[in-house]
Design a protein around this ligand. Structure first.
Ligand code: NI
Length: 168
């Protein structure tokens, strides 16, 4: 049974570590599969559109995401590698590890990322909009970076629009 893990918040040193690459041999182990299930459970409960393993104090290069659109299934990406980024834009962003805060950050409008899925098979995820933003946000987490490090106009989410900002 999957269970909800505690999401660390800004100030916890685990959020600032560069996460370690996953050995592909580890992927089929039951504890590893449990970790993925727990990450989805934790992300949906938050609720969020993405969650990276360091946010639950696991220093591994894994993230899960579900941007709830028609084109993209929920996904887990292990050992992600950025393949393509294009067209820089400014977007409003939030983070489950910095609850209740939003700010504007420069992101690429389009992103493509490759990696392994939960069966150890190669996958590639690409797209625009929230999907691209989420891919970049999660990879930042794996590198010990938070969006607040370079966002502008950080503020409490007050308006309805701000409160609806997706967190990841
Ligand atoms: Ni985040």
């Amino acid at each position: 049974m999957p269970y909800i893990r505690e999401i660390l918040t800004d100030g916890h040193p685990a959020l600032r570590r560069v996460a370690r690459r996953v050995n592909p041999k580890e992927i089929r182990e039951p504890l590893f599969q449990q970790l993925i299930d727990d990450m989805f459970e934790t992300m949906y409960a938050a609720p969020g559109v993405g969650l990276a393993a360091p946010q639950i104090n696991v220093s591994k290069r894994i993230f899960v995401m579900d941007v709830h659109d028609d084109e993209h299934e929920p996904a887990v990406v292990i050992n992600p590698k950025v393949e393509e980024l294009s067209e820089e834009i400014e977007l409003r962003e939030g983070c489950l590890s910095v609850p209740g805060i939003v700010g504007e950050i420069a992101r690429f409008k389009r992103a493509a990322v490759s990696g392994l899925d939960r069966h150890g098979q190669k996958i590639r995820i690409e797209g625009e909009g929230l999907l691209a933003q989420c891919l970049q946000h999660e990879i930042d987490h794996l590198n010990g970076a938070l969006y607040i490090d370079r966002a502008k106009n950080l503020r409490p989410a007050v308006s309805e629009e701000e409160k609806e900002t997706a967190e990841a």
